[in-house]
Design a protein around this ligand. Structure first.
Ligand code: 5GP
Ligand code: ZN
Length: 114
C-alpha cells in the first residue's frame, strides 16, 4: 500500500529501530513507547485490520506471535512477563491501519486495560 506508514517501514523507505526481521515479519520499537520495552511486530504483507485477515494469513499471524516471543526473550522480559495486544478499529484503539502486535514489558501491567 503506497500511503501506509508501516508498509514503508517494512520496505525500509521510512527508518525505524528494527529489532527483529524474518521473511514474513518485522519488529521495531514504537515511536511513543508505553513501557520500557514497546515493540510493534508487523507482517510485511499489508493487512489493514484483524477483520481483513484471510484464512491463508493465519500462518503470518503465527509468525507474528513467534516473533514477539523471540523479542521478549532477547529483551530479557520473558520470565518477568509481558503483554501482547492487537487493537482493532476505533473502539479497539487502532490508529495505524496495518495490523501490528504490540509487545509491552519491563513494568507491571494493569488489568483491565483502559
Ligand atoms: P495502534 O494505536 O494502531 O494500536 O498503534 C499504533 C502505534 O504505532 C502507536 O503506539 C504509535 O506510537 C506507533 N507509531 C505510529 N507511527 C509510527 C512510526 O512512524 N514509527 C514507529 N516506530 N511507531 C509509530
Ligand atoms: Zn501497510
Amino acid at each position: 500500500m503506497d500511503d501506509c506508514i508501516f508498509c514503508k517501514i517494512a520496505s525500509g523507505d521510512i527508518p525505524a529501530d528494527i529489532v527483529y526481521q524474518d521473511e514474513q515479519v518485522v519488529g521495531f520499537r514504537d515511536l511513543n513507547p508505553q513501557a520500557p520495552t514497546h515493540v510493534l511486530v508487523i507482517p510485511k504483507k499489508h493487512i489493514a485490520t484483524l477483520n481483513d485477515l484471510l484464512p491463508e494469513d493465519e500462518e503470518i499471524v503465527g509468525r507474528m506471535v513467534g516473533a514477539a516471543r523471540e523479542i521478549a526473550m532477547r529483551e530479557g522480559i520473558a520470565d518477568a512477563g509481558y503483554r501482547t495486544v492487537f487493537n482493532c478499529n476505533e473502539q479497539g484503539g487502532q490508529t495505524v491501519f496495518h495490523i501490528h502486535l504490540h509487545l509491552l514489558g519491563g513494568r507491571p501491567m494493569t488489568w483491565p486495560p483502559g
